[in-house]
Design a protein around this ligand. Structure first.
Ligand SMILES: NC(=O)c1ccc[n+]([C@@H]2O[C@H](COP(=O)([O-])OP(=O)(O)OC[C@H]3O[C@@H](n4cnc5c(N)ncnc54)[C@H](O)[C@@H]3O)[C@@H](O)[C@H]2O)c1
Length: 259
C-alpha cells in the first residue's frame, strides 16, 4: 500500500516555545508551521516579498489560537537576518527553535553554469543557513538551550547530474550541521533532514511527467513525498523526544539514499 501520512503528532515539550521557520510560506514551510502549531508552539513565519500572504497566514494562525508573527528578510543579508532575529525575540520571545528551511535550486551542469549562478545557490542554501544560525545562537547559548533543524537534501548524498550547485550547497548544509552540533552541543542540538523529492512549488518549474518518473523511479515508494509527510520529523527533531539526536542527518526520502 502507498499510504501517505495525514496526521500530526503534538509534542508537549514544544508548547510555548518560540520557533522561527524560514521560507515558511513555501510548500514544506507551510506544513512545518502547521506541525509546530499543532504542538502549541509560538511561530515566526518568515518570508521574502510576500507580505500580504504572510499577514493572511498569521491572521489564520492567530484565529486558530497560535501565537504567530510574520517576519521578512533576505536570508543572504547579514543585517536583514540580524534585524529579523531581534524582532522575533522582542515580539514573540527569544528563539528556542530555528528551522533553516528556505532554499533555492536551479538546474545547471558544472561545465555550463556561470560563477554567478553557482554563487546564487551557494549563497541562499549555505550562507542563509550560516547567517540565520549565526544570529540565533548567541541567545540560545546564553540561555543554555536551543534547537536548530536544517533542511539538506537527498541530492547531497546521491548527486544529480544537472544540479551541481544545489548538491554542493546541500552537502555543505550536512557538513555545517555536524560541525555545529559538536561546537554548540549539548546545550544546543543541531540536526538536519535530507528529504527526497517532495511535491512543492520548488520543483514545479521543471517537474514534467518524465522528470518526476526519473526522480521517483529509484525510490522504494515510487512517488513524490508530500510536505505533510516531512514536517512531523522536523517537529520531532525540535522536541525533547529527540534529546539523543546531535549532528544527525535524517534520510526521510522514501527509500532513495539508504544511509
Ligand atoms: N521540494 C523538494 O523536492 C525538496 C527536496 C529536498 C529538499 N528540499 C528543500 O526543502 C526546503 C523547502 O523547499 P520547498 O520544497 O518547500 O520549496 P518552496 O520553493 O516552496 O520554498 C522555498 C522557500 O524559500 C524561500 N527563499 C528562497 N530564497 C530566499 C532568500 N534569499 N531569502 C529568504 N527566503 C528565501 C522562498 O521564498 C520560499 O518560500 C528547501 O531548502 C529545499 O532545498 C526540497
Amino acid at each position: 500500500m502507498n499510504a501517505q501520512a495525514t496526521t500530526t503528532t503534538a509534542h508537549p515539550s514544544l508548547r510555548g516555545r518560540t520557533v522561527l521557520v524560514t521560507g515558511a510560506l513555501g510548500g514544506l514551510g507551510t506544513a512545518i508551521v502547521d506541525a509546530f502549531a499543532a504542538s502549541e508552539a509560538r511561530v515566526a513565519v518568515h518570508h521574502l516579498g510576500q507580505a500580504g500572504e504572510a499577514a493572511e497566514r498569521v491572521r489564520r494562525l492567530t484565529e486558530a489560537g497560535t501565537a504567530a508573527m510574520a517576519v521578512e528578510a533576505d536570508i543572504t543579508d547579514w543585517d536583514a537576518v540580524e534585524g529579523m532575529v531581534a524582532r522575533v525575540g522582542s515580539e514573540l520571545g527569544p528563539i528556542d527553535v530555528l528551522v533553516n528551511n528556505a532554499g533555492y535550486m536551479a538546474p545547471g551542469r558544472l561545465a555550463e553554469i556561470s560563477l554567478e549562478e553557482w554563487r546564487k545557490t551557494l549563497t541562499v542554501d549555505l550562507d542563509g543557513v550560516f547567517l540565520c544560525s549565526r544570529h540565533v545562537l548567541g541567545s540560545m547559548l546564553e540561555r543554555g538551550a536551543g534547537v536548530i533543524v536544517n533542511v539538506s537534501s537527498q541530492l547531497a548524498f546521491k548527486g544529480a547530474r544537472d544540479y551541481v550547485s544545489y548538491c554542493a550547497a546541500k552537502a555543505g548544509v550536512a557538513g555545517l550541521t555536524r560541525a555545529l552540533a559538536r561546537e554548540v552541543g549539548p546545550a544546543v542540538r543541531v540536526n538536519a533532514i535530507a528529504p527526497g523529492p517532495v511535491d512543492t512549488p520548488f520543483i514545479t518549474p521543471w517537474a514534467t511527467e518524465e522528470w518526476k518518473r526519473e526522480r521517483t523511479g529509484d525510490l522504494v515508494i515510487g512517488r513524490l513525498a508530500t510536505p505533510e509527510e516531512i514536517a512531523p520529523t522536523v517537529a520531532f527533531l525540535a522536541s525533547d523526544d529527540a534529546a539523543l539526536y546531535h549532528g544527525q542527518v535524517l534520510h526521510l526520502n522514501g527509500g532513495g539514499v539508504m544511509a
